[in-house]
Design a protein around this ligand. Structure first.
Ligand SMILES: Nc1nc2c(ncn2[C@@H]2O[C@H](COP(=O)(O)OP(=O)(O)OP(=O)(O)O)[C@@H](O)[C@H]2O)c(=O)[nH]1
Ligand SMILES: [Mg+2]
Length: 451
């Protein structure tokens, strides 16, 4: 079902000089508006999914020689009538064509409005619409695969499955409340519902666990490199990046401020921050750098604490080991080419030489082992990665916990139902489908209660 909206237009290609620009127009009046400014075959008579050649003109003034791509509802991105006009590149032409289409009745689209229409017209659910941004922003194949799965509807399916399990329990409760006299309806008690809620809780916990990997893939890992001065932090950054991004010298206190860089580690983005070596100092600038380094530890998801294998541990190293002990961290024994003086009895240390580029593969593997469940990446089903979806699933989890507690307290089943409905709604908010009206409709279509 396509809703009635006005006709919108926007340039879909980026600003700047390019070979072509594409202007997209969507809505009931697309064909009539473009036809008025197009010199060539009559577009209103043209078949859908064809391309026509002609000119865009403003009365006597020819603006550009163009190709127009015609898509009639409903087999289009927005499900409305859509035309895409390929003009020559350059902002001037594109803006003139835009202005002309607006003068003839189209409205300039808001950000994301075409996708919003696709959603409002039921062509995409919210997760599918959201995945389009992820596809555009993808920097690695792993990110792209994740986003593609979401566009394909895998997250939608996953949420639907969970929702239908919640709905089954709700429906059972409803039958009990409304038709208690039916002999063939099992009398529901908290004891009967409890294990069913438990099964659901377990599935949701699994999905949330897997979502941790999804989120890492989508957003990358905020990683901070810390250590005392001169241990080779900047050298590590450079050797990971395979470029001389940070200045390296044998003078302690070389790095004064945070240096940020992104690294693609076999499909996983590390958002790396190299920091000033931490020590007591009277130098005002260095002090600020050190403060920033300490704050960066707080914000990081992963700390790479660099130690120097050519020397024994110092008090400063001990302080840093203590400071980072509650973080997800990897201890790195750098300068292994010069010695092997540190042996941490209880914790693994990855020995490398940033200068000679040795041990980096082991470090990479360690990062992946910590954050990525390979099985999940390879499996062929949707993994949540979007913070909004994960937040809604956390809400679902809480509602189910409440439902379970209500069962434990032997509250009447209609009290349990309230929490289950909350769970159902939170799930539906992921796909953008839930309103309580929908709940009723789905309930009836599933169970034919009115017979
Ligand atoms: N032999 C050897 N020298 C290294 C290694 N890694 C770094 N160095 C040297 O150690 C010195 C300090 O390296 P940096 O990378 O600047 O150390 P840093 O930890 O960033 O130092 P600050 O920024 O001052 O805190 C330089 O002379 C590097 O060449 C290594 O693996 N082996
Ligand atoms: Mg440095």
């Amino acid at each position: 079902m396509t809703m009635l909206f006005d006709t919108i237009v926007a340039k879909t290609t980026a600003n700047g000089t390019s070979a072509i620009n594409v202007i997209r127009i969507s809505g009931d009046e697309s064909f009539s508006i473009v036809n008025r400014v197009f010199k060539g075959p009559d577009l209103e008579k043209a078949e859908s999914h064809t391309i026509k050649y002609g000119y865009i003109h403003d009365n006597e003034k020819v603006i550009d020689e163009v190709m127009v791509f015609l898509y009639r509802a409903p087999r289009t991105f927005t499900t409305e009538d859509v035309i895409e006009i390929s003009t020559h590149g350059g902002n001037f032409i594109a803006n003139e064509v835009l202005k002309l289409l607006i003068k003839n009745g189209a409205r300039l689209a808001e950000n994301g409005e075409f996708t919003k229409r696709a959603y409002l017209n039921g062509r995409l659910d919210l997760t599918e619409a959201e995945s389009i941004m992820d596809i555009v922003n993808a920097k690695t194949y792993t990110q792209l695969n994740l986003a593609n799965k979401q566009l394909r509807g895998d997250v939608h399916t996953l949420v639907d499955q969970l929702q239908s399990k919640v709905l089954d329990i709700i429906a059972n409760i409803e039958v009990n409340i409304d038709y208690p006299e039916y002999d063939d309806v099992e009398i529901l008690t908290s004891e009967i519902i409890m294990p069913r809620i438990k099964v659901l809780q377990d599935s949701i916990n699994n999905v949330l666990k897997e979502a941790e990997t999804g989120q890492v893939i989508r957003d990358g890992i905020k990683t901070v490199i810390v250590g005392r001065p001169n241990v080779g932090k900047s050298s590590l950054l450079n050797s990971l990046l395979k470029e001389d991004k940070a200045i390296v010298t044998n003078i302690s206190g070389t790095t004064r401020d945070l240096i940020e860089a992104e690294l693609n580690l076999d499909g996983i983005i590390l958002k790396l921050i190299d920091t000033a070596g931490i020590r007591e100092t009277n130098d005002a600038v260095e002090k600020i750098g050190i403060d920033r380094a300490i704050k960066a530890i707080d914000k990081a998801s992963l700390v790479l604490l660099v130690l120097d294998q050519s020397n024994h541990l110092t008090d400063l190293d001990d302080t840093l080991l203590e400071l980072t002990k509650n973080k997800t961290r990897i201890l790195i024994g750098n300068k292994i080419d010069l010695g092997n003086k540190i042996d941490l009895k209880h914790e693994k240390i990855i020995n490398i030489s940033a200068k000679n580029n040795t041990g980096l593969d082991i470090l990479s593997k360690e990062v992946k082992d910590l954050f990525i469940d390979e099985k999940i990446i390879n499996e062929d089903f949707g993994v949540l990665s979007n913070t909004r979806h994960i937040g809604k699933l956390e809400e679902t989890k809480l509602a189910l916990e409440d439902a379970y507690k209500a069962c434990v307290a032997s509250l009447p089943v209609d009290m349990v139902e309230i929490d289950l409905r909350k769970a159902w709604t939170s799930l539906g908010e992921i796909t953008g489908q839930s309103t309580s009206e929908d709940l009723i409709t789905t309930l009836f279509s599933k169970f034919c209660l009115g017979k």
